[in-house]
Write a protein that binds this ligand. Structure first.
Ligand SMILES: [Cu+2]
Length: 281
C-alpha cells in the first residue's frame, strides 16, 4: 500500500526502511483506510438525514422504537471488522518480531556474531533463522546514546569500538540491538526502523532492523528522561558492508590512539607532580 496519497502518509508512521517498520506502517494504513470509509459513510448518512428530514411546517416525525435487524447488523459488522483486523495483526506479528537472515552481501561480514553463543543470551532476544546477526549494544544515558560494536580485544568487552549519537550500520545486514540504560529510563525510537523500545537500567530489551539501501534515519529519545531530553537525538547511518568494515576498523584505531595519548599525558603529569598528587592515576 505504498502509493497512498501524501495526506494519508501524514497520518501513518514514517515510511519503513526495515521490514518490521514496513509491516507496522502497512497495518496502520489498512486500519486507517477502513476507519476513513466508515467515517465518511456515517457522516454522509448523517448529512443526508439532516437535510431530508429537517423540520418542516406540518411534518410529523415518525416515532421509531428500535430495529432489531439493523441493530444486530451493525453489531455483527463491527465485530467482523474487529476480528479481521485482529487476525491480520497476528498474521503480521511474526514478521515484525522475528528478524530475517542477512542478505548474502551482509552475511559475509566478519563481525557477525552467533547469537546462540552470547554470554547474555535471552529468550526475549529473537534470532534470525541462521542465528547470526550484527550485535550492537545501545546504552542510553543522560543525554546521549552510546553504541558499542563487536570487535573487543578481551572477552569482557574491553577495547570494543564505540560511537556516540550516530549509529553506523551495514546495509543488507540483520542488526540486533541490545538496549539498556546506565542511569534513568530512556526510549529508543527511530520511526523508520521499527517500534519504540525502552532503555531501562539493569534490564535488557532487544529489537532488530535490516536496512536495504544506504541512508540516514533520525530518531529521538521517546521517554522524558530529564532536562536534556529534547537534545537526546539518535542518527542511524546505513552504509554498504565494505564501508562499514572500514569505518569500524578506523573507529577502533582512533579510540586506541586517543587512549594511548591520554595514557602518555597521564604518565607525563605523574612524572611532573608525582602519582599521589593526581586523582585517578
Ligand atoms: Cu529522553
Amino acid at each position: 500500500m505504498g502509493h497512498l496519497p501524501t495526506l494519508l502518509a501524514f497520518f501513518t508512521p514514517a515510511k519503513g526502511a526495515s521490514p518490521n517498520a514496513k509491516e507496522i506502517d502497512t497495518l496502520y494504513e489498512i486500519t486507517l483506510v477502513i476507519a476513513l470509509i466508515i467515517f465518511f459513510a456515517v457522516e454522509i448518512g448523517l448529512g443526508y438525514a439532516l437535510v431530508k428530514f429537517r423540520k418542516r411546517k406540518g411534518a410529523v416525525a415518525a416515532q421509531i422504537h428500535g430495529n432489531t435487524r439493523l441493530e444486530i447488523g451493525w453489531t455483527a459488522a463491527a465485530a467482523v471488522i474487529l476480528l479481521g483486523l485482529a487476525v491480520l495483526t497476528f498474521a503480521k506479528l511474526s514478521s515484525i518480531q522475528d528478524p530475517p537472515n542477512s542478505s548474502p552481501e551482509g552475511a559475509s561480514l566478519s563481525q557477525l556474531g552467533d547469537q546462540n553463543n552470547l554470554i547474555f543470551a535471552s529468550s526475549e532476544r529473537k534470532l534470525p533463522p541462521n542465528g547470526k546477526a550484527l550485535n550492537i549494544s545501545v546504552i542510553g544515558r543522560q543525554y546521549i546514546w552510546q553504541f558499542v560494536y563487536p570487535g573487543a580485544n578481551e572477552p569482557d568487552g574491553l577495547g570494543a569500538p564505540y560511537s556516540y549519537e550516530e549509529l553506523v550500520v551495514p546495509t543488507k545486514t540483520t542488526v540486533s540491538l541490545d538496549i539498556t540504560s546506565s542511569d534513568v529510563v530512556h526510549s529508543w525510537w527511530v520511526p523508520e526502523l521499527g517500534g519504540k523500545f525502552q532503555a531501562v537500567p539493569g534490564y535488557h530489551n532487544y529489537t532488530w532492523f535490516k536496512v536495504s539501501k544506504p541512508g540516514i534515519f533520525r530518531g529521538q529519545c521517546a521517554f522524558l528522561c530529564g532536562r536534556g531530553h529534547a537534545r537526546m537525538i539518535a542518527t542511524v547511518k546505513a552504509v554498504p558492508p565494505a564501508q562499514f568494515e572500514a569505518w569500524l576498523a578506523n573507529q577502533k584505531k582512533e579510540i586506541a590512539e586517543a587512549n594511548a595519548a591520554a595514557q602518555a599525558a597521564r604518565a607525563k603529569l605523574n612524572a611532573q607532580t608525582g602519582a599521589g598528587a593526581v586523582e585517578n592515576p
